[in-house]
Design a protein. Structure first.
Length: 333
């Protein structure tokens, strides 16, 4: 009888253990390591650190091995993905379009692909406080800082100018390449008269008392709604790691859905830790930033009408370059 009770008890323990294992996701035991390049430039890119710190990557079985890319060096990200040094790059899309268009022109399948889009409407124009601004005529001949001459903010601004019937060239603007973090000091020292960038850089400059925000995203028409951030991978890596890519984008999508419910002070703390800057300045930028992912096709259509039309006009991509040469949202379905 005692032996029977011992056997029954052991059977019950084994059954309980089996049920516990059955209810545990397989990836909870071992996370998939993914080499992620992250453009560390502004609050527009804060979704990635939120996903890390709030556990959304871990929940989806992903362990991101993050390599930061400095604002102004954004072209390094896509190049690193092409060379296999990174699996995924979270950054601006314009350099990807140029790389893929060049491949397309040479009869080669475009090597990179954007699997998801986010952060609509992030471009701001800041000027010195001493300069008047009642309209675009007031910025004629000014020196305007941009993170690079391929900056997504510059592309957005060009489209806005086109909506208003003018161009950078007609206004005689002198574009100066300045890293995002260096823009406020460059403005204060007189190296530039203004700059184009996303938050919190404008709030940092305004807080000095010597700068003013003259155009926010919601004042830039259609251009102000275009997505600025892409989840970028190589087609080769995506084909071999579709499940991993799907889980990584799912983590960012879940972060997007949770974003409005995460306390503001928590977002500010995460942003300050990963992006740097004073918490009070980040808090002042909070209401004018939306770092979330957007519906893929809708975002692609807006991007095509804003950034891509301007890039084609300037000859930065071929006239026959199409959406399928840049985007593939089916990779994560």
């Amino acid at each position: 009888m005692a032996l029977k009770k011992l056997i029954d008890r052991r059977s019950m323990m084994l059954s309980t253990a089996a049920l516990a294992l059955a209810g545990t996701p397989a990836f909870s035991q071992e996370l998939t390591k993914v080499k992620v390049g992250w453009l560390r430039s502004s609050l527009s890119l804060v979704l990635h650190p939120i996903a890390m710190d709030e556990g959304f990557y871990k929940k989806n079985g992903i362990e991101p091995l993050t390599k930061t890319v400095r604002s102004g060096d954004g072209s390094i990200g896509p190049q690193s993905v092409m060379q296999g040094e990174l699996d995924v790059y979270i950054g601006v899309i314009s350099d990807v379009a140029k790389i893929n268009s060049e491949a397309n022109e040479n009869g080669i399948q475009p090597p990179l692909v954007v699997a998801a889009l986010g952060s609509p409407g992030a471009t701001n124009l800041v000027l010195k406080s001493s300069l008047p601004f009642n309209g675009l005529d007031d910025i004629k001949g000014l020196r305007i800082g941009v993170s690079s001459l391929g900056s997504a903010h510059l592309v957005t601004f060009r489209h806005y100018l086109a909506e208003k019937g003018t161009t950078v060239e007609k206004l005689g603007l002198r574009l100066v390449a300045v890293g995002g973090g260096d823009m406020p000091p460059a403005l204060l020292s007189g190296q530039i008269d203004g700059f184009l960038h996303s938050q919190p850089t404008p709030s940092i400059a305004v807080a000095t008392g010597q700068a003013k925000l003259v155009l926010a995203p919601n004042q830039m028409g259609i251009a102000g709604t275009s997505p600025n951030v892409g989840i970028i991978v190589s087609r080769k890596w995506a084909a071999a790691n579709k499940a991993t890519l799907t889980r990584l984008v799912a983590a960012l999508r879940q972060t997007s859905e949770a974003y409005p419910t995460i306390p503001k002070d928590r977002i500010v703390k995460i942003a300050a830790a990963h992006l740097g800057g004073e918490p009070e300045l980040i808090a002042a930028s909070y209401d004018s930033v939306d770092p979330r992912l957007v519906p893929g096709q809708q975002g692609a259509d807006t991007y095509w009408s804003v950034e891509m039309s301007a890039m084609k006009e300037r000859g930065e991509v071929g006239k026959n370059f199409q959406q399928k040469d840049l985007f593939d949202f089916g990779l994560i379905q």
